[in-house]
Design a protein around this ligand. Structure first.
Ligand SMILES: [Zn+2]
Length: 272
């Protein structure tokens, strides 16, 4: 890697950190219906405004030793964790998708999935406006790819027609998961798979094309393991509810980053 490219990679990481900081604002305020732009950040414990020099992603948290400068109350580890995850996801997007336009789209895809993950953990909901914005970004990216022949969206590539591949992925994601949800509701009499999850898979389909199925598979695998462990530890047993959005987000990120490689390795294994 040349020095120039290394600098661009660092820029992706830093931009991801900064977006992660804004992501914390979205995760906290959006479910509460609060404005995302004003007022500035305040300490949840003492309401003191956070100074700009105390709001530098990850660094300020370390310098403040995880405590508010005004009241000394602990600052949750989640804030720097979201910032760092966002930075690393943007770096991974940059290195995987060539530090250009496609990498920027992948970065925003991952960042939105990160935000949805934490909102789902907090509220057991995937807000329609955020999932809708994600779908719009995917559709717009596929349209630009179609018109300009740049092959950006779907991220997994290899589509004769990007727009057709993206729309097919969206229909596949929402259709299959919608079918599973209906079946599950019919058999169990209650839904374990929410409409929010169905819509999210639809939105992810624009970015992943047919690889949206791989994201559902990976998400279900991790979800099942965590679900069984959680149920075994909980008094409510199998009635324990866990949000599925975080697992779908993980599946979507992995499918985008290494989906084609996973399928290639699998096919090589199967066909010997
Ligand atoms: Zn405070």
């Amino acid at each position: 890697m040349t020095t120039e490219l290394a600098l661009v990679a660092i820029a992706f990481f830093v931009f991801g950190l900064l977006l992660g900081s804004f992501g914390n604002v979205v995760i906290w305020r959006f479910p509460r219906g609060e404005s995302l732009s004003s007022p500035g950040s305040r300490c949840p414990a003492c309401d003191a405004p956070v100074r700009w020099y105390d709001n530098i992603p990850v660094v300020s948290w370390l310098l403040l030793r995880a405590r508010c400068r005004s009241c000394g109350e602990p600052i949750a580890t989640r804030y720097p964790a979201v910032e760092l995850l966002s930075g690393l996801l943007w770096l991974a997007a940059g290195l995987t998708f060539g530090l250009g336009g496609q990498a920027v789209i992948a970065g925003f895809f991952f960042w939105t999935l990160l935000i949805l993950t934490f909102i789902d953990l907090d509220t057991m909901r995937l807000p329609n406006p955020i999932v809708g914005a994600l779908a719009l970004l995917g559709f717009a990216g596929a349209t630009v790819s179609q018109v300009t022949s740049v092959d950006w969206v779907p991220l997994t590539g290899g589509d004769a027609s990007p727009l057709l591949g993206a729309v097919f992925g969206a229909l596949l994601g929402a259709g299959i998961s919608g079918g599973i949800a209906a079946l599950y509701a019919g058999v169990r009499g209650r839904s374990g798979f929410g409409m929010g999850d169905v819509k999210l898979l639809g939105a992810m389909g624009f970015f992943l094309g047919p690889y949206v199925l791989l994201s559902l598979f990976i998400g279900s695998l991790f979800g099942a393991v965590v679900g069984i462990v959680t149920a075994a530890r909980s008094e409510n047993g199998l009635a324990t509810k866990i949000p599925f959005g975080p697992f779908l987000a993980l599946g979507g990120i992995l499918a985008a980053l290494v989906g084609p490689e996973i399928v290639r390795m699998y096919l090589a294994l199967v066909t010997g």
